[in-house]
Write a protein that binds this ligand. Structure first.
Ligand SMILES: NC(=O)C1=CN([C@@H]2O[C@H](COP(=O)(O)OP(=O)(O)OC[C@H]3O[C@@H](n4cnc5c(N)ncnc54)[C@H](O)[C@@H]3O)[C@@H](O)[C@H]2O)C=CC1
Ligand SMILES: O=C1[C@H](O)[C@H](O)[C@@H](O)[C@H](O)[C@H]1O
Length: 333
C-alpha cells in the first residue's frame, strides 16, 4: 500500500483524494495540508486522516511515502524541492514551476538521487482520444504530421488571473501534449493578442493565440480562451500529409426536439478528463510501487516552462523567440 500525503485541499486536491480513496488500487491517503487550515481539517475529518499545519511538516512525516502537490502554481517548485530533500516520490500538478529556472533547480536536485522521483500532472497523455491520435501518427498511415490546430477554452477564471497565466497555467497543457503527439521539440514560439473579448474580466489578455514551430518544421497554433462563457471546450486537429486526425468530443447524447439537434458541452475540466485523471493516478501509484516512474517527468515540466517563458517574453514584440533548453540529462532519455 502506498501512503500518500496531499498538499492543497482545493478543487483538484479533493478530486484526486476522492479517486485515490475510492478507485485507485494500492493507494492510501494518510495526510493532508492546506494553506487554509480549515480546508485541511475538513478533508481530514471526511477521510479520517491527519491534517498537518504545513506542507513541509507533511513532507517530513515518516508515514508519508509519496507527496501529491495540488496547491497553487506558485508553491509547486518549493514543495517539489522539499520533497526531493527527503527523497520521496512526488506527483506535482502542472505546472512544475512558474519558469524554466526553477525547473532547472528541480532537475539538478532530482539528478542527485540517480533516479526519477518526480511526475508532472500532464494528464492529457492518459486521455484515450489523445492516445489514439498519437498511435495513428506513430503508425505512419497518414504520413508525416505537418500542423496542429488547437483550442483551449475555459468558461471563466477565478480572481487573480493574469495574462501570463494564460500560458503558464492554461496553455501549458498544449505545450506538453503537442510535443508528445509529434515526438518533436520546439524551435521557436510567439504569443499574439487578438481583439479582446468583452466577456473577460478586465486586467488580462483574452483570447491569446500561441504560435509554435518545431525542430522538424511543424507549425502549431493554439487559441487560448480563458473566459469563453459557453463551455470547457478542448479541440485538437493534427494535419498530416495524407489526412487529418481530430480529438473526439467527449461522449454525449444527441437530443432531437423542437426541430433542433443538440448535445451538451461540458463546463468543468474535472468531468471532461475524468477518465484521464483516473488512469493517470492509477498508473502513477503502480509505477511508484514498481520503483520506476513512467509518466511525464521533470524534463517534460521543464520543456513546457522553457516554451512558456519564450511565449510570455514574446508578448508585444511581434517576433518568434527561440525555445532553447539545456542538454537533456541521460536520466530523462
Ligand atoms: N491537471 C489539470 O488538469 C489541473 C491542474 N490543476 C492545478 O492544480 C493546482 C490546484 O488547482 P485548483 O485545485 O483548481 O486550485 P484551488 O484554488 O481550488 O485549490 C488550491 C488549494 O491549495 C491551497 N494552497 C494554496 N497555496 C498553498 C500553499 N503554499 N501551501 C499549501 N496549500 C496551498 C489553497 O488554500 C487551496 O485550498 C494548480 O496548480 C492548478 O494548475 C488544476 C486543475 C486541473
Ligand atoms: O489545468 C487546468 C485545467 O485542466 C484547465 O484546462 C485549465 O484551463 C485550468 O485553468 C487549469 O487549472
Amino acid at each position: 500500500m502506498l501512503n500518500i500525503g496531499v498538499i492543497g485541499c482545493g478543487a483538484i486536491g479533493r478530486d484526486h483524494i476522492r479517486r485515490l480513496h475510492d478507485l485507485v488500487p494500492g493507494a492510501e491517503v494518510v495526510a493532508c495540508a492546506d494553506y487554509f487550515q480549515e480546508a485541511a481539517d475538513k478533508v481530514a475529518a471526511q477521510y479520517g486522516i491527519r491534517a498537518y499545519a504545513s506542507g513541509e511538516e507533511l513532507i517530513a512525516a515518516p508515514e508519508v511515502q509519496a507527496i501529491l502537490i495540488t496547491s497553487s502554481d506558485d508553491s509547486h517548485a518549493g514543495y517539489v524541492l522539499e520533497g526531493l530533500k527527503h527523497g520521496k516520490y512526488i506527483f506535482c500538478e502542472k505546472p512544475l514551476a512558474l519558469n524554466a529556472a526553477d525547473c532547472e533547480k528541480i532537475i539538478e536536485a532530482e539528478l542527485k538521487h540517480g533516479k526519477r522521483l518526480v511526475q508532472v500532472g500532464f494528464m492529457r497523455r492518459y486521455d484515450r482520444g489523445y492516445a489514439e491520435m498519437k498511435r495513428i501518427i506513430e503508425s505512419g498511415e497518414l504520413g508525416a504530421p505537418l500542423m496542429i490546430h488547437a483550442c483551449h477554452r475555459n468558461v471563466s477564471q477565478g480572481p487573480g488571473f493574469k495574462t501570463e497565466m494564460g500560458i503558464t497555467n492554461v496553455a501549458i497543457h498544449e505545450l506538453d501534449i503537442c510535443r508528445w503527439l509529434l515526438g518533436d521539440e520546439y524551435k521557436s514560439a510567439q504569443v499574439l493578442k487578438v481583439r479582446q473579448s468583452s466577456l473577460s474580466n478586465k486586467g488580462y489578455d483574452n483570447p491569446q493565440i500561441v504560435l509554435l514551430e518545431t525542430q522538424n518544421g511543424c507549425r502549431i497554433d493554439v487559441e487560448v480562451q480563458v473566459a469563453d462563457g459557453y463551455g470547457y471546450d478542448i479541440q485538437c486537429q493534427v494535419v498530416c500529409e495524407k489526412g487529418t486526425i481530430n480529438l473526439p468530443d467527449p461522449y454525449a447524447v444527441v437530443k432531437r426536439a423542437n426541430a433542433t439537434r443538440s448535445f451538451p458541452i461540458l463546463t468543468d475540466w474535472k468531468d471532461r478528463f475524468i477518465e484521464a485523471y483516473d488512469i493517470e493516478m492509477t498508473e502513477w501509484v503502480k509505477s511508484v510501487e514498481n520503483g520506476k516512474l513512467t509518466g511525464p517527468s521533470s524534463w517534460d515540466g521543464y520543456v513546457a516552462c522553457v516554451a512558456g517563458d519564450a511565449l510570455n517574453n514574446s508578448r508585444g514584440k511581434g517576433v518568434f523567440l527561440p525555445v532553447e533548453t539545456i542538454e537533456k540529462p541521460e536520466l530523462y532519455r
